[in-house]
Each structure stands twice: as C-alpha cells, then as structure tokens.
Design a binder for this molecule. Structure first.
Ligand SMILES: CC/C=C\C/C=C\C/C=C\C/C=C/C(=O)SCCNC(=O)CCNC(=O)[C@H](O)C(C)(C)COP(=O)(O)OP(=O)(O)OC[C@H]1O[C@@H](n2cnc3c(N)ncnc32)[C@H](O)[C@@H]1OP(=O)(O)O
Length: 276
C-alpha cells in the first residue's frame, strides 16, 4: 500500500556539502521504502560540485539502505535541472574542474546502475545534464509544456560518449545522432512521440503519482531478480565509463579549458542573460 505520509529519515537531515546548505533532500516513505530525491538549488538546479557531491552521497546511502525505489524530482515546477553549472566551466582552476567532472561521473555511474528502480519525475525543463539525469533513470514522467534534450552542440561542446549512450539506449542510434548533432530540445509532446519520455503529467502532483504507479509494478517482483536483470542490461554501458574514467576526465579538461570552447561558453551565457 502506498501511503502519502512520508517520513524524512536521518539522511535527509544530513548536510552532505561543504556549503552550509542542503541542495538535495531525501524523503523515504516508511511504508513503501520509496525515496523521493529532490534537487533544490534555485533558481534552475544547475549542477555544481556541491550539488553533485550531495546527490552522489544520497545515492550511495540509498544503495546501502536498499531503497525499494527512487523518484528524482525538482523542488521547482519550472525547471527540473538546467544541466551542468556553466560557471564551473569558466572556473578553470584544474583542481576544482577535476573534482567537478569526477563527481558527475560518480553520480551517473551510481544512478545509471542503481539497484533500486528509478523514475525521473521531470517537473520542469531538462536540458543537457538535466536530460542526462532523466535518461539515467528507468522511467520518465514529464510535465506538459516543458523541454528536454542534449543540446551540447548549441554550446559549442561535445557530449561525452556516456551521455550519448544514455540517450541511444532509450531512443536508438538514428534519433540520437539527429538529436545530438542538431542540439535539439524536444517539447514534452515531441519527447513522448519519440519515446524519450514515457508519460505526460498535468502538474507535479500528477507526475509524482504517475511515478509512484510505475514503481508499484515491482511490488510483487523479487528485488534480487529485478536488480540483476537491470545489471545485465545496463552493466556494459556503466563499465565502458568505469574503464575509461581517467581518459574521459582528461578529454573533458582539455576540451573545456581550450580557448575556443571558453569563448563559445561566454557568448552562450551572455545570450542566456539577454534572453530575459
Ligand atoms: C571529447 C568529449 C569530452 C569532453 C567533452 C567536453 C565537454 C562536455 C562537457 C559537458 C557537457 C555539458 C553539459 C551541460 O549540462 S552544459 C549546460 C547546458 N544547459 C543549458 O544550456 C541550459 C541553459 N538554461 C536555459 O535554457 C534556461 O535557463 C532554462 C530553460 C533552464 C530556464 O529558463 P528560465 O527562464 O526559467 O531561467 P533563466 O532566466 O534562463 O535562468 C535563471 C538564471 O540561471 C542561470 N542559468 C541558467 N542555466 C544555467 C546553467 N546551466 N548554468 C549556470 N547558470 C545557469 C541564468 O543565466 C540566469 O542567471 P541570472 O541572469 O544571473 O539570473
């Protein structure tokens, strides 16, 4: 039985980051064992080092505590996540850049390969890294009239292979190639048509309820059989990054610190501000 009453476990009170803020809240329903993980870094949940570290710790804890399901959502119902925090890219101090990319790799490895069933409750726009988080889950419910996609080429950057694989495993190679090369952002309705998302929701409550319904499918399935099956299906994709983490990190640092990319990112940030 799924009860609406959620208890906030001790872990949700923990402050995972070095900043005196909670950027990720975790609430576990003690009846169902389902955890709701809420990104809460206004205004747009851009993914900086501190948020990624908190998310990574939360995913580890939910693995250890054998959560029965994870619903990933945003505290805002306008933006799920604006993707990676572009300010992290302009801070080219190598120590932080390395920690930042390593934290993103960690989050993806943990979320993509999590033992618990995962749902992205995409209650807002989800460009780039926001789309990556959604693609890492097993099911996607999205609010109407929002947008989603891997738009990296529009910023003059190249989506790494594991971003590409995450999309390819959901919508196939042909559509992934078209989507990434053009940096296409899909509307919710378009995303449903191509299978990038699974369901459309009217509002956040509806999205949470649809996410919970998906997780109910596993009520009578052995968690071991389910998670091993997921591991067989996703294992190769996860391992391809695990084995190449150092090279991937180096490619990121080389690319992002190049003069050409830095100039392009500056122009992109200015265009975002002008768009207001
Ligand atoms: C060989 C391969 C190896 C390595 C490859 C190398 C590099 C590849 C690396 C990484 C891949 C990149 C992944 C990413 O995720 S990059 C980020 C891409 N994100 C976007 O393009 C989203 C941009 N934002 C938006 O479109 C809109 O903000 C959004 C639709 C999300 C929300 O619109 P809304 O109107 O609600 O808000 P805004 O007024 O636009 O924004 C408010 C505020 O927030 C700032 N902002 C927005 N997005 C970001 C961001 N991603 N990072 C930092 N800051 C962001 C925006 O500028 C506004 O700020 P201010 O003007 O100060 O209020």
């Amino acid at each position: 039985m799924f009860l609406r009453r959620s208890v906030t476990l001790a872990m949700s009170l923990k402050n995972y980051s070095s900043e005196a803020k909670n950027l990720v809240a975790v609430a576990v329903n003690n009846q169902t064992g389902v955890a709701t993980v809420t990104l809460q870094r206004p205004p747009v949940n851009s993914l900086n080092l501190e948020l990624l570290n908190e998310l990574s710790s939360a995913l580890t804890e939910l693995e250890e505590k054998k959560a029965r399901g994870i619903i990933l959502k945003s505290s805002s119902d306008s933006v799920f996540s604006a993707g990676l925090d572009i300010h992290e890219f302009s801070n080219t101090e190598e120590g932080r850049l390395k920690k930042f990319w390593t934290a993103l790799q960690d989050v993806w490895i943990k979320l993509y390969g999590h033992s618990a069933p995962t749902v992205a409750c995409i209650n807002g726009h989800a460009p780039a890294g926001g789309c990556l988080l959604a693609l890492s889950c097993e099911y996607r419910v999205m609010l109407k009239q929002k947008t989603i996609g891997l738009n990296e080429t529009k910023l003059g950057i190249v989506a790494p292979l594991w971003f590409i694989a995450s999309m390819e495993n959901v919508i196939g190679r042909r559509l992934t190639e078209l989507s990434l090369t053009t940096g296409k952002m899909y509307t919710t309705e378009e995303a449903l048509k191509i299978g990038l998302i699974d369901e459309i929701a009217e509002d956040t409550n509806d999205a949470v309820s649809k996410s919970e319904n998906f997780l109910k499918l596993f009520q009578n399935i052995s968690p071991f059989a389910r998670s091993q099956t997921k591991k067989f299906i996703r294992g190769n994709t996860v391992q391809s990054l695990v084995k190449t983490r150092e090279a991937d990190l180096k490619a990121f640092i080389d690319d992002i610190t190049s003069e050409k990319v830095q100039k392009g990112l500056k122009v992109y940030m200015e265009s975002l501000k002008k768009g207001k």
